[in-house]
Design a protein around this ligand. Structure first.
Ligand code: AHR
Length: 493
């Protein structure tokens, strides 16, 4: 099989916002306790953060991390996670039916994020709470005034504001599973009033309004229109969330998941522009795809988890090679839509549907999905170039014309490197990737990294952490993508 791509220096989709490589840490399962934080661990630092985990997060170069939820945020009292640790309340956590000790809160997390080289994307509780607590939290985090919440932060040992720039107005408020779920208009009004006062406290912040929890929601479309009509002047982004799975073990269809993501992005962008036209506004609302990943492996085992445990092993999907191929195509899709998707968060980062896994008290290792994320995050910065890939396609389940090969090219900021990311979805056939270069004459492949293998169900574990790892391919006359493979080809002039 052959696939032809054109890499034209002038066919720029957009500058890539680095925050497209964001991720997510929720107070859920072992993401915080036993994940990023474990004071008794041999690698723990002075604040109890696991240095082995921090090192792997730094390797991924995650520019922004969403916190503290997720569903968790909709029942959260942020004050519980501030100040003297010995006085913090232990609470019944109703999103995941666990016990929350509040040993870690915003005071600690903002420091963890600094140590990880990341910014915090902070979500406020619009489930059980509203504008009042949201504006207090902005004051606590960002204000230099001589006022109650800014002074509380100082009393808690933080003279300087945390300077959190990006804020989410609640989480998945359209979902019946959400604590304090709302109708489109209930949420739209709550979000509008919260947004106003949050920006009055700190006009420099950016706000993300909740979009639908997925394209399958009954209110999808109506939700976005209602929310944007009410909040347009006050918000900067609308969120998208989606998880993909292979519960029916239909690999060809699963490998086509990125087509569903692409359609969702285009539909939400179109709705944003429809409301822009309706309002005759000059402002463009961009997209924050702030939860995306493969999630299905742990669904059954999670039903058996006993309630009210501290940090139970929830959502611990063990990822295999085919999941990594899907994650690779989802990253390519985010890059293909870099003109509208300015932020995205791989959900999540540690232990909970995550690229990084730990044993409490023990090892840390990389899941298969770690690798496409790593290479794309490190090399996929600069300008996204449309490649217009010409190749054969197939149909599976409800999806028609799934191209066998998915590609994107990224020109680095200094224009010294072009990184081509490519997934070959064919289960049987290798594919020769032919390049036509315009404005990039003389650029040649200098490195080809691939994640490939015979066993699509192979995964990494604590015992076998390196079962599925990338290989460096020999460079020859031709660039060949193995069947069922994720690839990065670096070119230099
Ligand atoms: O990431 C896991 C959960 O998925 C989040 O808490 C929620 O927002 C979504 O439903």
């Amino acid at each position: 099989m052959k696939a032809e791509i054109v890499i034209d220096k002038n066919q720029v989709i957009s500058d890539i916002d680095d925050r497209i490589y964001g991720s997510f840490i929720e107070h859920l399962g072992r993401a915080v306790y036993g994940g990023i934080y474990e004071p008794g661990h041999p690698t723990a630092d002075d604040m109890g953060f696991r240095r082995d985990v921090l090192d792997m997060v730094k390797e991924l170069k995650v520019p922004i991390v969403r916190y503290p939820g997720g569903n968790f945020v909709s029942g959260y009292n942020w004050e519980d996670g501030t100040g003297d640790k010995s006085k913090r309340p232990k609470k019944m956590e109703l999103a995941w039916f666990s016990t929350e000790t509040n040993e870690v809160g915003i005071d600690e997390f903002q420091e963890w994020a600094k140590r990880a080289g990341s910014e915090v994307m902070m979500a406020v509780n619009l489930g059980t709470r509203g504008a009042d607590e949201a504006r207090n939290l902005v004051e606590y985090c960002n204000s230099e005034t001589d006022t109650y919440y800014a002074n509380k932060r100082r009393q808690n040992g933080f003279e300087k504001p945390f300077g959190i720039k990006t804020w989410c107005l609640g989480n998945e408020m359209d979902g019946p599973w959400q604590i304090g779920a709302k109708t489109p208009m209930e949420y739209a009004r709550t979000a509008c009033e919260a947004a106003k006062v949050m920006k009055w406290v700190d006009p420099s912040i950016e706000l993300v309004a909740c979009g639908s929890s997925g394209p399958g929601m009954k209110t999808f479309g109506e939700w976005e229109r209602t929310v944007l009509r009410e909040t347009y002047e006050h918000v900067d982004y609308v969120s998208l969330h989606s998880y993909y799975g292979n519960a029916d073990n239909d690999t060809p269809a699963f490998l086509g998941s990125s087509l569903i993501m692409d359609k969702f992005i285009k539909e939400v962008a179109a709705i944003c522009d429809e409301i822009k036209a309706e309002k005759e506004s000059d402002k463009t609302i961009n997209l924050s795809f702030d939860e995306w990943n493969v999630w299905f492996h742990s669904n059954e085992q999670d039903k058996r988890i006993e309630r009210w445990q501290v940090a139970p092993p929830l959502l611990e999907d063990i990822y295999n090679l085919e999941d990594a191929l899907v994650v690779g195509t989802l990253l390519i899709t985010l890059l293909k839509n870099a003109d509208r998707v300015k932020m995205a968060c791989l959900a999540q980062l540690v232990n909970v549907i995550a690229p990084i896994m730990t044993e409490t008290g023990g090892k840390v290792w990389a899941q298969t999905i770690f690798y496409p994320f790593l290479y794309t995050s490190v090399n996929g910065r600069g300008k996204a170039l449309d490649t217009g890939c010409v190749c054969e396609s197939y149909s599976a389940k409800d999806l028609k014309e799934i191209p066998y090969v998915e590609t994107i090219a990224v020109l680095s900021g200094d224009e010294k490197q072009v990184a081509v990311f490519a997934v070959n979805r064919s289960l049987e056939e290798a594919c020769e990737l032919q390049f036509h270069l315009t404005g990039l004459e003389g650029y040649k492949p200098v490195k080809h990294i691939a994640l490939e293998g015979d066993d699509l169900k192979a995964s990494n574990t604590a015992q076998e952490p390196d079962k599925v790892t990338p290989v460096e391919k020999q460079l020859g006359e031709k660039v060949v993508l193995a069947p069922k493979s994720w690839n990065m080809i670096l070119m230099e002039g």
